[in-house]
Design a protein around this ligand. Structure first.
Ligand SMILES: Cc1ncc(COP(=O)(O)O)c(C=O)c1O
Length: 347
């Protein structure tokens, strides 16, 4: 068995090493009655903190309004799609999924259906969740390394990495494969190394290369969506991807993934009469849609106030941590783009 300390009947990541969290309130989590500052907030989901008033009232309303779960079309998902249309307006259709990874693998399915091509281009240092087609890291030579056992050789052969934020080297690789590429997937700001310098130029390059070569540009805004001042990285950098995927904080604490497709992609799907399967028991479910919509609308309506606070707290944290690291000669660096912060130990 893999279990190290506890012989628990659960095999999800992390349970072999850490005592589990008991509950959360505001910016704190509680483990065995001890209080800790939560630096993760469910990997960027709980933008308003734990047990926010928005979340608590939404949960109360779920009971009051008899909102159950249906596995069928419901008014809550429709209302949420209309909210998304206002907040991320460059898209004509939205597809709800139960997780970010599901949104990713279903958008890769769209790319395959529309282009009939096989190669996915990803950037070194990216993370796109646990779908088989993207569960790879890049080694120093940009060759894919499987991050799990059980991944097929076909998937390994069909992912090619370009170096994030390096136009010169990326261009060479893209030119080599350009006729076989179904999509370029990129985290506009990488959660693994969130820095802004040079990124706009790099993203603009990817946008123009894909347009010129009829390649689908897919933005993974799972972390950046809503988190960049209540909008998105694509708005911040003024880029118009063909497809974008969102998730995390859009669910307000409930599981969610969102695929947003622009009109061009939608027209192609219709023209080819492509029957692309998007279904799932919990896709577009009423509870995620209801809590997600109320949270998203609250964040969007109060974006100035919320992000002034979040961004200034993030700067305070980064500045003081950097100072502490320097003064104590600790071998690590702190990187951030607004509230997206990563501490990287160099040894
Ligand atoms: C950039 C990015 N893409 C995709 C995912 C996958 O989302 P999920 O964990 O909801 O499947 C994550 C999750 O951490 C992510 O950070």
């Amino acid at each position: 068995m893999f279990l190290k300390k506890n012989n628990l009947p659960i095999l999800n990541e992390g349970y072999d090493q850490y005592p589990p969290i008991d509950f959360g309130l505001g910016s704190k989590i509680y483990i065995k009655k001890k209080k800790y500052i939560d630096l993760s907030f469910c990997s960027g989901v709980m933008l308003l903190g734990h047990q926010s008033n928005i979340f608590r009232n939404a949960v109360k309303n779920i009971v009051k309004k008899k909102i159950s779960i249906f596995g069928s079309p419901n008014t809550y998902a429709i209302k949420f799609s209309k909210t998304l249309k206002k907040i991320i307006p460059n898209y004509s259709k939205y597809i709800f999924t139960s997780s970010g990874s599901e949104a990713i693998y279903k958008s890769i399915r769209i790319c395959k259906a529309l282009t009939k091509k096989n190669i996915i281009i990803a950037c070194s240092g990216s993370w796109h969740g646990s779908s088989d087609k993207l569960l790879f890291g890049a080694n120093k030579n940009l060759n894919p390394i499987s991050l799990s056992a059980g991944i097929s050789k076909y998937d390994k052969n069909n992912i090619k990495f370009i170096p994030y934020n390096n136009i010169f080297k990326s261009k060479q690789i893209l030119e080599k494969f350009k006729n076989k590429i179904k999509c370029i997937i990129v985290e506009p700001i990488q959660g693994g190394l969130p820095v802004e310098k040079g990124v706009k130029k790099f993203l603009k390059f990817l946008e123009s290369f894909s347009k010129k070569n009829n390649i689908i540009l897919l933005f993974d805004e799972m972390i950046t969506g809503l988190r960049i001042d209540g909008f998105s990285a694509q708005k911040y950098f003024n880029i118009k991807p063909d497809i974008s995927v969102f998730g995390k904080c859009f669910g307000g604490g409930m599981p969610i993934g969102i695929i947003a497709i622009n009109n061009n992609i939608y027209k192609k799907i219709q023209k080819n009469n492509s029957k692309i399967f998007f279904g799932g028991t919990f896709s577009a479910n009423s509870m995620s849609s209801y809590i997600g919509r109320l949270t998203t609308e609250y964040i969007a309506n109060n974006r100035k106030k919320i992000f002034k606070l979040i961004n200034s707290k993030s700067n305070f944290f980064v500045n003081n941590l950097s100072k502490f690291i320097k003064e104590n000669k600790i071998n690590c660096g702190v990187y951030n783009f607004k509230s997206i912060i990563r501490i990287i130990f160099s040894k």
